[in-house]
Design a protein around this ligand. Sequence first.
Ligand SMILES: [Ca+2]
Length: 366
Amino acid sequence: MRSIIALLLLYAYSANGQVFRPSLPGILSIVRFQNTACNGDNGDTGTCLTETDCNRRAGTAIGPCANGFGACCSFKFTCGGTTNQNETVFVNPAYPRGENGTDTCQVTIEKQPNVCQLRLDFEEFTVAQPDEHGLCTTDSFMVRTTVGERLPILCGENGGQHIYIDMGRGSANPVVLSVVSNGDRVTRKWKIKINMIPCNNLDMAPSGCMQYYRSPSAIIRSFNYGPKIENRSRYLSNLRYTACVRVEENFCAIKWETDSPNSFSFGAPFSSNIKDAQFGNYTELIGGTGGFCSLDDFIGIDQGSNDGVGPGEDRFCGNRLLDSNMVISRSKPFQLKVRSNADQSLNAANSQQGFSLRYVQLPCVI
Ligand SMILES: [Ca+2]
């Protein structure tokens, strides 16, 4: 009789993330576990739920979690789909295989009353490269919101990138993600994890921050960063966004440096005439700051300089980040502003690949 009651309870309560299991005859034990991220047998990530919960929310169990008491539940969806579930993953239809052809693939993320932001993690993302003007004319990834936020149109290689999307407080409007692809010369593949961030939650990105980094040190890359392509600019045109870094307690400055040699080439470089006793006169493409950079083709680090002392410069461009490929700023909040214009002719002529910068927060010196 007792085991029957235990069985009934198992089903009655499993929706709350609790499982009742008889451990010894006549004794009920309650197992509780958090609905945290988990790894499935296939290497995919999911959310740890009870099996009943996973089924009720139309997920797929991809392995055990919580010492076997839960099911690692994956919510994958593709073109035409709609979700209101956290941790849903937007994949291309043939995933894990790639696609080619011409298609518009669109998914809708419904607004939940307590959700204010979305974070999209591009776990995998490969579509066609931008054209010679840096525009995503062959393939494009777009986000449509109704709160007036303008997000860049993306293409190329963006695995490892993330963006935050403002959903608005009062609005009940959904967010629509779309991937438009044209032609069969390219194989496309994507896997984008969608996290819903509750209003007033500490995980929310500050207003105006399309990217948000919350560690003492990390690498920040421009969209479509990768190896140089001859006579093409890899970085995209018409960018205007800010990557923000959460200031750690007792940290006063931030150091930005190239993550590998020559991993900064953003905003048209210019040549300097160098006179060298050994090699004679030659020109070198160098980095620029302030007024030497174009007004809309640069990265912005407020009050940046070699030593972080003095007013420094706010704009950096060219083939080098200052002379030493390193900039220190004491200006808070810590931000990296990214601007690019619609003209890529000089950038393409110099095969500019964008930036891959490592930041390190520097402790206050007492
Ligand atoms: Ca440009």
